[in-house]
Design a protein around this ligand. Structure first.
Ligand SMILES: C[S@@+](CC[C@H](N)C(=O)[O-])C[C@H]1O[C@@H](n2cnc3c(N)ncnc32)[C@H](O)[C@@H]1O
Length: 362
């Protein structure tokens, strides 16, 4: 833990040893290096004082709507113990919003329910335990899929902005050679710089595109692939013994990545609410994210035996919940802050359009 140069020193040391690493490895260290990575430090929290907003930092409504929807799904499932498993729970705020709503408006749903959090980071777990003190005994933590009971999850596995925070590989199109190459990161004159890697990293599969599109794709067109997100989803699907697997995320279908306006790819950095393409700057101090390839995620779930139930914008998904729960005691009062939160969550220029929801079921 003792590294006086912090995360920059840790990355520099690795680059000095390796020469160059994939961008995914750089992103992994910058975001998740124990104790030093962006998400390891308490400052890396969404909201006004952070670097970016999420649906959770908008206010409790997002969690309340999910609680209403989840309660309906769980009630329709066969009896016995059920679980809600959240991953990427960050500071525990969303779990608290969901549990508080269930406790007040659906106490019956809580009786046979356990709330599980999948959290590999000890620092994050401590922050979640603090936020969720009022639910001590009801929430259980697991640091990996392997730590879960062999019976898996009977209920709901979900995440908000988890997959877009997973380390992504950055690829470039070599038009003359008719092939994709991978961008790595190297150290030059004390600075992190982009460097073409001699071959694609292990486990990276270049996108398969129609010949007509490849013929017109400009030289240097950049895109990302994220095997870590696909693998995570496949694992989640295998662990789900019955119920729903869903993700809310900033994302696109495969073909949308190749629109002319995305020639630089979708990787971006967030620092104090400004988005930039300076991905190699401020390592450990800025958020790094790439749009999720929902086609890949959907296919991974279907190959693991899940059925795709919904792929919708966040606006559609949340509006449907509000319509379905119009007579529910938790949603019959629309006071001003709640209405404002709903507008932010669903407005196309805020979080309504670019955030999408994939729901699969077993
Ligand atoms: C952008 S934040 C989302 C925070 C929160 N869900 C929200 O909506 O406000 C991404 C979170 O995912 C966590 N994370 C990344 N990879 C993870 C993994 N494999 N398992 C569980 N959490 C992970 C990060 O530590 C971070 O807390």
């Amino acid at each position: 833990m003792n590294n006086p140069r912090g995360i920059i020193g840790i990355i520099e040391d690795e680059l000095a040893r390796q020469g160059a690493v994939s961008f995914a490895r750089f992103m992994e260290l910058a975001l998740y290096c124990p104790n030093f990575g962006y998400y390891e430090r308490t400052q890396g929290s969404p909201g006004r004082d952070g670097d970016y907003y999420t649906s959770v930092s908008v206010g409790p409504l997002f969690g309340e709507l999910l609680a209403g929807r989840f309660a309906g799904w769980l009630a329709a499932m066969p009896g016995g113990k059920r679980q809600i498993l959240e991953a990427g729970a960050h500071d525990g705020q969303l779990a608290r919003d969901i549990l508080r709503h269930l406790q007040t408006h659906r106490p019956g749903a809580l009786e046979s329910l356990e709330y599980w959090i999948l959290e590999p980071s000890l620092n994050r777990r401590h922050s979640q335990e603090e936020t969720l003190k009022e639910f001590t005994g009801r929430v259980r933590w697991f640091d990996s899929w392997d730590a879960l009971p062999a019976t898996g999850v009977n209920g709901i596995i979900f995440s908000n902005e988890l997959l877009d925070a997973m380390p992504a590989h950055r690829l470039g199109w070599d038009a003359a050679g008719g092939k994709w190459f991978e961008w790595g990161v190297a150290l030059e004159d004390g600075r992190f710089v982009w460097k073409k890697l001699p071959k694609l990293d292990d486990g990276v599969r270049a996108p398969v595109l129609p010949e007509e599109l490849l013929a017109v794709l400009p030289d240097g067109f950049s895109t990302e692939v994220c095997p870590a997100a696909v693998q995570w989803w496949r694992h989640a699907a295998q662990v789900l013994s019955g119920g729903k697997l869903l993700a809310f995320d900033y994302g696109l279908m495969a073909e949308e990545f190749f629109a002319p306006e995305r020639k630089h790819g979708t990787l971006r950095a967030y620092y104090q609410h400004h988005a930039s393409r300076d991905l190699l700057e401020r390592a450990g101090e800025q958020d790094l994210t790439a749009s999720v390839n929902f086609s890949d995620i959907r296919d991974a779930g279907e190959s693991a035996g899940l059925t795709t139930q919904t792929f919708a914008t966040q606006a559609q998904f949340l509006t449907d919940i509000v319509k379905a729960l119009a007579d529910d005691s938790g949603f019959n009062e629309w006071f001003a802050p709640r209405t404002r939160q709903f507008q932010t969550l669903t407005h196309p220029e805020h979080l309504g359009q670019s955030f999408r929801v994939l729901v699969q079921s077993r």
